[in-house]
Design a protein around this ligand. Structure first.
Ligand code: HEM
Length: 361
């Protein structure tokens, strides 16, 4: 129950039910040949299988004259539903000399209206997403994966995050973000293969069963939000805060009707509400975001908190279309600032006996 399978058609951490914590890291690679990358991916495959089984990457090591092969901070802990997801960016292909294998859709994201990206949270060659119900289990996984690749990779940026949700009868409720609204309601159903095929997983080529991952580090201006009336907050999303239901409806999963009217025939939902705009884009993405809280800004004394937005889609165009719709007009823009960004191709799932990126090489 506490273990997620490493092997499968898709990598873990995409359709896996969301966990409580994430450690997301972006790496840059030094000059590496294809065979060196292949070797690193094979070692990462072996390590990931152990880690996701709740095991040490290697024996703990009793030789007091040597460093331990495993760093050891998970002694006594189990797998905690650890999932590990690996992705590669456009610059990865260039650096390794595999440009010919780069899918046409894998390009740096365009500049979006209102972007205020900080170089410290942007770019990089490889990403690893570790999710589990224990922050130390995530840290241990990332730490050991990087430790074994030392000399080949350097850390560029990272972000931790958390999700809190109620569990009832073995099912989890949709987590709430730091604006206190349920986040994830409108996602494609991960148990419905035709929705996964339509929105999430690549259907052809060597990257079949992989997915594009968009990451955005989005600061949420909590102080401004907290001065905003509840009615206006709900109008911002087009949903009620408590239940998560669409405005004018009763339950969280009731159909969102952007044209719903009251008794007088007046529209209940503004067309610039976040969800109305998402719906108007006529596409969807699989969001699997986590909240973050990184202390306070030293200059302004405000919270440095927000959303580590993570979305999976079969084409980056889906994200681009939605973000362009929201761009300048989303009511939510008054309360958020995009500070970090990345686009990665999450490799296809690995069959038993195979290794990460096998179909790429
Ligand atoms: C829906 C919050 C950024 C795309 C929602 C909902 C909330 C929310 C509360 C309604 C519940 C749900 O369906 O999950 C936020 C916050 C953001 C943010 C707080 C930033 C801090 C974004 C971005 C995108 C996006 C950057 C993509 C460009 C969507 C989509 C939906 C959605 C596709 C579902 C709409 C539907 O029901 O079809 N968001 N969001 N969101 N959001 Fe966001």
């Amino acid at each position: 129950k506490n273990k997620v399978n490493f092997y499968g058609k898709y990598q873990s951490g995409i359709t896996t039910e969301v966990q409580k914590h994430v450690y997301f890291v972006v790496l840059t690679i030094n000059k590496m040949s294809v065979s060196e990358v292949k070797e690193m991916f094979k070692i990462w495959t072996n390590y990931s299988v152990h880690l996701m089984n709740g095991e040490f990457v290697k024996e703990l090591g009793k030789n007091k004259m040597l460093p331990s092969p495993d760093t050891g901070e998970t002694i006594g802990l189990d797998a905690n539903r650890l999932s590990l997801t690996f992705g590669i960016s456009p610059s990865f292909f260039e650096k390794v000399g595999l440009n010919k294998r780069k899918p046409e859709l894998l390009k740096d994201l365009p500049h979006f209206p209102k972007d205020q990206l900080d170089k410290a949270y942007t770019g990089g060659d490889i990403c690893i997403q570790a999710c589990s119900d224990d922050p130390q289990v995530n840290f241990h996984a990332i730490r050991n994966l990087i430790r074994v690749a030392k000399g080949e990779v350097s850390m560029k940026w990272s972000q931790t995050g958390f999700n809190s949700f109620k569990e009832k009868d073995g099912k989890i409720e949709t987590p709430r973000n730091l604006f206190s609204f349920k986040d994830g309601t409108g996602n494609p159903d991960v148990h419905n293969q035709s929705e996964l095929d339509k929105y999430v997983f690549i259907q052809e080529g060597w990257a079949k069963n992989g997915a594009y991952l968009v990451v955005r580090r989005i600061q949420m201006l909590l102080e401004t939000w907290d001065r905003t009336a509840l009615g206006e907050q709900e109008a911002t999303f087009g949903r009620y805060r408590h239940s998560g239901a669409p405005i004018g409806k009763e339950h969280e999963f009731d159909t969102f009707d952007p044209n719903i009217k009251d008794k007088n025939g007046d529209k209940l939902i503004e067309k610039e509400s976040h969800v109305s705009l998402a719906k108007a884009s006529k596409t969807n993405i699989l969001r699997r975001s986590y909240s973050y809280s990184d202390g306070i800004h030293s200059q302004t004394g405000t919270f440095d908190a927000g959303l580590l937005f993570l979305s999976f889609q079969k084409s980056p165009e889906q994200f681009i279309k939605i973000q362009n719709k929201m761009g300048a007009v989303d009511k939510l823009n008054e309360y958020i600032t995009h500070r970090g960004s990345g686009i990665f191709l999450c490799l296809p799932g690995v069959r038993e006996g195979g290794y990460l990126g096998e179909t790429l090489f």
